[in-house]
Design a protein around this ligand. Structure first.
Ligand SMILES: [Zn+2]
Length: 310
């Protein structure tokens, strides 16, 4: 984690951790929470490094370059365990193994021992209960770092045993700057202003259909009142039972259409623009329920067409 970046983007997190580290008053368990895209995992590693580094800076944070810091980064430190929870749920077995590992290592060693449980809000209930027992009897020198998207999905009894460090959501301006490193300005702007998180934006940009749908949506906006254009959409873009006929990709389409209408790409009255916006926002809501996707899209094409030719 770039310390300067953390200081700039999450000043409260930075200050809270800095004070705790400098005064050697970090709780034996810390819970980092915040939306996807907030640098919780990177901060957890920085925190683990700061607990073992012997070359900490004036704010109490690790140097990130010494061998102790490097070993944590590479997960090679014997006194550091990182249970990855980003792909699979953390299970009871892993908590028990962790417990066993820490109990087997000598308590007389002066070394601090740290474990990081990533995305603990997705851990199984059995895992959470096992951890609770572990947290109830904190052994000296052992530090727990937990991360979660949602604080409310962590057992209240675990919450109450942790120092809570909340991350604030990234602003759309900051997200746009980040997205610009990966894509063109138009896509960066659309993704940032339509509520895409870093993960969702990365997934969209990695999919060739995203750019395809982008181009088609732009052209659709220019000709949306023409029946041949609607026919073209049905036959070439969102084909019934085709690969692109998924909720996720239809949402990309709705977002792009909204983006171009709001940008004023199509010269229509403000009143019509507002009506189309309502159709698109309501559709994005409806698609969350079980709907027949091809019929659902046909309805949108027709509603937008009616507004434009009215
Ligand atoms: Zn260091």
């Amino acid at each position: 984690m770039d310390k300067e970046q953390l200081k700039k983007e999450q000043p409260v997190v930075y200050r809270t951790l800095s004070n705790a580290l400098k005064q050697d008053r970090l709780a034996h368990a810390v819970l980092l929470t915040g939306p996807k895209g907030a640098p919780k995992t990177k901060t957890a590693l920085l925190l683990a490094q700061s607990l073992v580094c012997e070359h900490t800076d004036e704010d109490g944070f690790a140097c990130q370059t010494c061998s102790a810091c490097q070993r944590i980064q590479k997960e090679e430190a014997i006194d550091f365990r990182w249970i990855h929870g980003d792909q699979v749920r953390i299970k009871k077995k892993e908590i028990l193994e962790l417990q066993e590992f820490f109990e087997s290592t000598s308590v007389e060693r002066a070394n601090r021992r740290i474990y990081f449980l990533e995305q603990f809000d997705h851990a199984t209930p059995d895992a959470a209960n096992s951890l609770l027992k572990f947290l109830e009897e904190p052994a000296p020198g052992i530090f727990a770092i937990l991360s979660a998207d949602e604080k409310s999905n962590v057992l209240p009894t675990i919450q109450s045993r942790c120092q809570w460090i909340p991350f604030r959501p990234a602003s759309s301006k900051r997200l746009e700057t980040q997205f610009l490193e990966w894509t063109d300005p138009e896509s960066a702007s659309m993704l940032a202003h339509h509520g895409y998180t870093i993960e969702k934006a990365q997934a969209a940009l990695a999919d060739d259909d995203f750019e395809f749908i982008h181009r088609e949506a732009k052209d659709y906006v220019m000709h949306c009142e023409q029946m041949p254009k609607i026919l073209y959409m049905q036959r070439n873009v969102f084909v019934p039972k085709g690969n692109r006929m998924t909720k996720e990709k239809i949402l990309w389409f709705l977002d792009w259409v909204l983006f171009y209408f709001q940008k004023g790409e199509r010269k229509i009255s403000l009143q019509k623009q507002v009506a189309i916006r309502e159709i698109l926002i309501e559709s994005a809501d409806q698609i969350q329920r079980p709907v027949e996707l091809a019929l659902f899209l046909d309805k949108i094409y027709n509603q937008i067409r009616k507004v434009v030719i009215s």
